[in-house]
Design a protein. Structure first.
Length: 558
């Protein structure tokens, strides 16, 4: 059967996994049948990573075919590296015209747009999910909508608006007192995730709060005392899944107190994930004694297996698998496992790994299966940085034992990392899916003459971040022709350039560029950006600083 002979039901099933601009770009002119079909199906519209020409083209398609707005059930807009994409979209289409929206997401919308969007939320009768991290929206607006899955920067309901339909809530910042208020006045909540939680201004009375519907509680970063935290957990007797991270947790590292709290107040708890770390002043032996109660029968009987790591005056204890997505590994870290054998799944959640070069050793107790972003850092101490990449073949073999290099898509070379061109070449060869390179240091002269490295970079690298981690120091591209040839296929570029002619050359030579981000260091280049950003087919983003104008007064974008 030919592709075009497939029944409509198959096409509709497939299209729900595709982005609306891609559907129209691929099928709009294929034949009349598909032309009609794609205008009469539910559409998911995600502009977060879309290229500027495709954004403009699909907006024009909507303007020509206004009925398409009624078919869009998912809309995601982003201002990150997209030159005020959200404002551009709203200048063309009022939000309340998308009357069948079920999911709506905004990333990095300025404060001027919050009030405009907030006033329209109640005009979207089918809206089920609303995602706006960083925002704070009046509780009255939420209570009048049908939103059930909500993500905000901050959200604080009161007794006046306790009829909220929200069952799943994620907020960026919340005090323990505000969390208790949430539990008291948002009675239908089943899921809560908080990125940062503190016990500042603890005023709420928890004695009468009983959030019986709450089944999951996740605290990505917590800075509360155990005593106050105990008051919170006694309010959620039906909690089944609980996770917490605290990197200043001296008060929380107490296995006996946790055991008592779980037995007395959390009888239904089945999944308990935690990561506690703190600095310690006791002797090495005393800190081991303090951590050892986390490996008793109570924890094993609940299938909670716990490891701990001690490193240079700092200790951490965590459940296996390790829950955070980022990990930093140094050569001085010593790990103690809950069993005599190593768990190969221990670090499966880690997607981003910072690896000190002298930590690359023949040690099978560290294995990172799913890392996508790898950052190579130099040794902590200058005396250990000499000849760090000698015997690189041995280093690479050890690295392959510690990290599954086939999943790496992004490699970062940090400012002080000592790495020669041949070693970088050999490492990149072991990464079949590498597409992003972050260089936080000046390119060494040996890179220019290593032809195999240049060919590999040209073939694989699509995203390049070539910046120095400081506002007052800028990397100079010594050979711009070499740079444009070596990175001729990049699609996204972040660099430090203060010369308009250099920017024009990069835009001309790197024809696949869709995004470029450059720090402004002169008024001239800032003016050029202002005059050319909107008409360019490339998203040009810049971070204006204060400049000295001719009249010696500060100059900035405002």
């Amino acid at each position: 059967m030919k592709f075009e002979q497939l029944p409509n039901e198959v096409f509709v099933e497939c299209f729900q996994y595709l982005n609306a601009p891609d559907i129209f770009y691929s099928f709009d002119r294929l034949n009349y049948r598909l032309y009609i079909l794609i205008r009469n199906i539910h559409l998911h519209l995600n502009f977060e990573q879309i290229k500027k020409p495709l954004f403009n083209e699909f907006c024009q398609t909507i303007r020509i075919n206004p009925k398409i707005k009624r078919n869009i059930i998912y809309l995601k807009l982003s201002n990150i590296d997209t030159c005020k994409q959200i404002e551009s979209f709203f200048s063309l289409f009022p939000l309340n015209e998308f009357i069948h929206l079920r999911s709506l997401s905004f990333i990095n919308l300025g404060y001027d747009g919050i009030e405009q969007v907030s006033s329209m939320l109640t005009l979207l009768p089918d809206l089920y999910r609303f995602y706006a991290p960083g925002w704070r929206i009046d509780a009255q607006t939420i209570s009048k909508s049908k939103i059930q899955v909500l993500t905000l920067g901050n959200y604080l309901p009161t007794s006046i608006y306790e009829t909220s339909s929200v069952t799943s809530l994620r907020i960026y910042l919340c005090t323990l007192s505000e969390l208790l208020t949430l539990l008291n006045y948002t009675s239908m909540l089943k899921y809560i995730k908080i990125d940062m939680c503190s016990d500042y201004d603890m005023k709420s009375d928890s004695s009468k709060i009983c959030a019986v519907h709450l089944k999951q509680l996740h605290l990505n970063y917590s800075s509360t005392s155990f005593e106050r935290f105990e008051l919170l957990l006694k309010c959620v007797p039906n909690l089944k899944i609980f996770s917490i991270y605290d990197d200043n947790a001296d008060n929380m590292i107490d296995a006996d107190r946790w055991q008592h709290l779980i037995k007395s107040s959390l009888p239904l708890l089945r999944v308990f994930n935690f990561n506690f770390s703190c600095r310690y002043s006791e002797s090495y032996d005393k800190i081991l004694i303090k951590l050892s109660p986390f490996q008793t029968d109570f924890w094993h009987q609940n299938n909670w297996y716990i490891n701990y790591v001690i490193d240079d005056g700092r200790a951490s204890v965590y459940t296996v698998p390790y829950t955070p997505t980022h990990y930093t590994l140094t050569s001085t870290m010593k790990k103690y496992n809950s069993s005599s054998t190593y768990d190969l799944n221990e670090f499966d959640n880690v997607k981003s790994l910072s690896l000190f070069s002298n930590a690359i050793t023949d040690d099978s107790s560290w294995y990172f299966r799913n890392v996508q972003s790898l950052s190579l850092a130099s040794s902590r101490y200058p005396r250990d940085r000499r000849d760090e990449d000698d015997e690189y073949e041995l280093k690479i073999e050890y690295l392959k034992k510690m990290v599954n290099l086939s999943n790496i898509t992004e490699l970062e070379i940090t400012k002080k990392c000592v790495i020669k061109s041949e070693l970088l070449f050999q490492i990149l060869k072991q990464m079949p899916n590498i597409s992003s390179l972050i260089l936080k240091k000046q390119i060494r002269s040996s890179f220019y003459t290593h032809h195999e490295l240049c060919e590999l970079l040209s073939k694989k690298i699509k995203i390049l971040d070539f910046t120095y981690p400081s506002w007052d120091h800028y990397i100079v591209i010594q050979d711009l022709d070499w740079f444009c040839k070596t990175f001729s296929n990049i699609e996204e570029l972040q660099c430090d350039i203060d010369n308009v002619d250099d920017i024009l050359l990069i835009l001309t030579k790197c024809s696949k560029l869709s995004k470029i981000k450059i720090k402004c260091v002169t008024k001239r280049i800032y003016t050029w950006f202002q005059n050319n950003t909107l008409t360019s087919n490339v998203y040009i983003n810049y971070e204006p600083k204060y400049f000295e104008s001719n009249d010696n007064t500060p100059y900035n974008s405002d």
